[in-house]
Design a protein around this ligand. Structure first.
Ligand SMILES: Nc1nc2c(ncn2[C@@H]2O[C@H](COP(=O)(O)OP(=O)(O)OP(=O)(O)O)[C@@H](O)[C@H]2O)c(=O)[nH]1
Ligand SMILES: [Mg+2]
Length: 387
């Protein structure tokens, strides 16, 4: 893999801070190239904090200065979108032509409105993309909630693969009694782990490498459809570390979404195993057999390993579970399994379909440019799903 095959792009103020931290921590090996991070924002003050002190591989670009004079959008996603369009050509030069872009944005602020034109630009240029987006915490207020409710569907309609994680979900498995600031911090840590481990998996060679081209293959199979995914990480040390990781992944609330078990319903999963030279074959067996049992028998599991001295003594595992594109949630009849107690497949299907059908009741409809984004993509685009 060439160093410029992979680019990490952050969009907006909160994403800039999280991405900077990732870039500062992710480099395991000085002999490997640094993470290439492009920080995009309309707010000059945010970009100043990112560049000082300088981290190798990190560059910043301001956009929309004509419209916003180097300030934030004030929570207006239309400003975010328009500001990006104003400077699209310059931004394209900054992005260059990587094979894959990992995009991070925190929805709720206006700059995330730029995600849609960014993704369109990447798609036009044949740059595969995978998006990590967050949704605001419940206490943040209706304007941020509304802004996210408009931006999220545009991400789900334009990315090659995307996860939209409510910040509250990232806090579920965390310690209780956190202050508001600590909550943001903890959520940022969990998000950082997902992005950092994906990056490490893609760039570091291991016994079984899962590199940028492997991920591109997975994304390209879907054509223009967006592949939704959920992810979680777990780590453990000591004799029983493999079994402990399996338990942590099994219990992770991140794979239990609106009553649906995302692992049991995954069509494809990437399992990244990051360990030192001390990783034993027997541990890999325990790990993979344990994880295999969490998925449906038809789930395709792709394994990538990283072996690096910096992981010695420790086992870190990250699981990305991809569901069916176009539906946001799997609707495949025989794969659908609710969380917890086993139900008959008919009961399970009824529950799953109800979850999909009722999801947009009691909320404002999302109509953009005359397109009803509340309707599943496969219906909008008249795509027949194999059931
Ligand atoms: N994890 C984490 N999330 C944050 C933090 N600050 C804000 N957020 C989240 O990020 C969302 C977007 O906020 P910002 O990134 O500041 O907004 P922006 O995209 O820069 O947009 P504007 O400033 O409105 O132009 C908020 O609604 C919060 O949910 C933080 O310090 N940590
Ligand atoms: Mg901002």
């Amino acid at each position: 893999m060439k160093a410029d095959d992979l680019l990490f792009i952050s969009l907006g103020g909160a994403a800039a801070g999280i991405a900077r931290r990732i870039a500062g921590n992710v480099r395991r090996d000085p002999s490997q190239p640094p993470m290439r991070l492009l920080v995009l924002d309309t707010d000059d003050a945010v970009l100043q904090t990112v560049t000082n002190p300088h981290i190798e591989g990190v560059s910043v670009t301001i956009f929309g200065t004509q419209r916003l004079d180097g300030k934030g959008t004030g929570g207006d996603h239309v400003f975010g979108m328009s500001a990006f369009r104003d400077d699209a050509q310059t931004l394209l030069q900054q992005i260059g032509s990587p094979r894959l872009a990992i995009v991070l944005t925190c929805c709720g602020g206006g700059t995330s409105g730029a995600c849609e034109p960014l993704l369109r630009l990447l798609n036009e240029r044949g740059i595969a993309n995978i998006v990590f987006a967050t949704e605001p915490l419940p206490f943040e207020g209706d304007d941020r909630k509304h802004c996210a409710s408009v931006v999220v569907p545009t991400i789900m309609a334009n990315a090659n693969a995307a996860t939209v994680v409510p910040l509250a979900t990232l806090l579920k498995d965390g310690p209780e009694g956190l202050t508001a600031a600590q909550s943001f911090e903890y959520a940022a840590d969990r998000l950082s782990a997902g992005v950092s481990l994906l990056w490490t998996l893609l760039v570091h060679p291991g016994y079984l490498q899962f590199d940028v081209e492997h991920l591109r293959q997975l994304l390209e199979r879907e054509g223009s459809l967006t592949l939704p995914f959920t992810f979680s990480d777990a780590s453990a040390v000591g004799e029983t570390r493999a079994a402990e990781v399996v338990t942590a992944i099994t219990d992770s609330s991140r794979f239990k979404l609106r009553g649906i078990n995302c692992l049991a319903n995954a069509r494809t999963a990437i399992v990244g195993v990051l360990a030192g030279e001390d990783l034993r074959l027997s541990e890999l067996n325990v790990l993979m057999n344990g994880l295999r049992g969490l998925f449906h028998k038809q789930t395709e599991i792709l394994l990538g390993t990283v072996n690096h001295a910096s992981f010695n003594g420790k086992l870190e595992v990250v699981v990305f579970a991809f569901t069916q594109s176009g539906t946001e949630m799997l609707s495949s009849e025989d794969a659908l399994q609710p969380v917890g107690r086993k139900r008959s497949s008919r009961q399970a299907r009824a529950k799953g379909l109800t979850a999909v059908k009722d999801r947009f009741d009691d909320v404002e409809r999302t109509i953009i440019d005359g397109v009803n984004y509340d309707e599943p993509t496969y219906l909008r685009r008249n795509i027949r799903l194999k059931r």
